[in-house]
Design a protein around this ligand. Structure first.
Ligand SMILES: Cc1ncc(COP(=O)(O)O)c(C=O)c1O
Length: 354
């Protein structure tokens, strides 16, 4: 095997098989070449792993995660889920769709972060409503207060006899259970690369925590030479007082504990590049707009305005500055987020192309 130690990969497969899981995603997601971008950048071979095609209400990286997270919740007897994040949250959209498929009641408390633009029934919010989530939008509260509201709603539902699973509330320091799915994604990617006789040098992705954590613990356990590069969409990690490398390695280690693997990560194992966030979470940068237009024009690859466009902007910048070896093979992990394109239509700079 060129991308991993075969017996370690088999060990990981076996550990994953022991975990409760429900089927939600269209897997394996395609691994496709990007000839247009490769030509345009004139350097490394660029491939894309299409986790934007996982399938739940347009897909994304969370669909994989809910296979394991809700698999466990259902095994624990849960019938109701309460979650919340920003109005255009991809997490909440895929959670709502997963609940619809699994017959769970879904309550979402969505925080307005884009003033009156968040009143528009568009993008993720539109899909949340279509798949039957009970949505309440709230404004003028901090993330901490938002978390309190979510917990309070869960208590009210429990008092009415519901068995409630509380989704992410925004300030967690324990996300190992979400990372499990990306150890499975690592196995899937390696199997595809072997089949295609492809040696992967680097995987680039938008991640602030769980996605990179799962890939990183899997790669280390499998003694894989593949380098992982994560580009957060937030200026600081969600767990207050931590660095991204600390968060990601800690979530990876929690994930290893869940899977019963002896491997552990150190913060030094993690490459996390925060330089492409720009002025803030969800605020488009010129480089992200350019990356969206380039990926669209070169390979009909649609990137989202909040996550993948900024990660691609980072990759493009590194290639153009000669920081990625020209003979390398790069996989860009597309983590989804496409419905936000419609909610952000007036920020994409497309008027100039008319
Ligand atoms: C489209 C998309 N990409 C990337 C991410 C980052 O995922 P994480 O930080 O959980 O690894 C998210 C998280 O919400 C997302 O919605």
């Amino acid at each position: 095997m060129r991308n991993s130690n075969e017996s370690r990969l088999a060990e990981l497969r076996e550990a994953l098989q022991a975990r409760p899981r429900v089927s939600l995603a269209n897997l394996p997601t395609p691994l496709e070449p990007c000839p247009g971008l490769t030509r345009e950048l004139g350097g490394p071979q660029i491939w894309v792993k299409r986790d934007d095609l996982t399938g739940l209400a347009t897909g994304g990286n969370k669909t994989r995660m809910f296979e394991y997270v809700l698999g466990q919740a259902i095994e624990d007897g849960v019938d109701t889920v309460v979650g919340g994040a920003a109005v255009q949250s991809n997490y909440c959209r895929q959670l709502a769709a997963a609940c619809a498929k699994l017959g769970l009641d879904c309550h979402l408390l969505l925080r307005k972060v884009r003033a009156e633009r968040d009143d528009e029934i568009q993008g993720g919010l539109l899909l949340d409503l279509l798949v039957g989530a009970k949505v309440e939008t709230i404004e003028g509260v901090s993330w901490a207060e938002h978390g309190e509201r979510i917990r309070k709603r869960a208590q009210e539902l429990e008092a009415r006899g519901k068995r409630v699973y509380i989704g992410r509330v925004g300030d967690e320091s324990r996300l190992g259970r979400y990372a499990v799915a990306y150890t499975q994604a690592f196995v899937e990617l390696i199997e595809q690369a072997e089949e295609a006789q492809l040696t992967i040098d680097e995987v680039w992705m938008s991640s602030s925590d769980a996605t990179q954590a799962g890939l990183a613990i899997a790669a280390k356990h499998c003694e894989s030479p593949v380098r992982l590069v994560g580009l957060p969409s937030l200026p600081q990690p969600i767990a207050p007082g931590w660095t991204f490398a600390e968060c990601i390695s800690s979530f990876g280690n929690e994930c290893a504990e869940i899977l019963g693997l002896p491997t552990r990560l150190e913060p030094d194992d993690i490459t996390s590049i925060v330089d492409y966030v720009g002025p803030g979470y969800g605020v488009l940068t010129d480089a992200a707009r350019t990356a969206m237009q380039l990926a669209g024009r070169c390979d009909a690859l649609l990137l989202d305005p909040v996550y993948t466009s900024k990660a691609m902007a980072g990759l493009i910048d590194h290639v153009r500055r000669g920081l990625v070896a020209p003979d390398h093979t790069i996989v860009f992990l597309h983590t989804g987020g496409l419905p936000a394109l419609f909610a952000y239509a007036d920020s994409l700079g497309l008027e100039a192309l008319l």
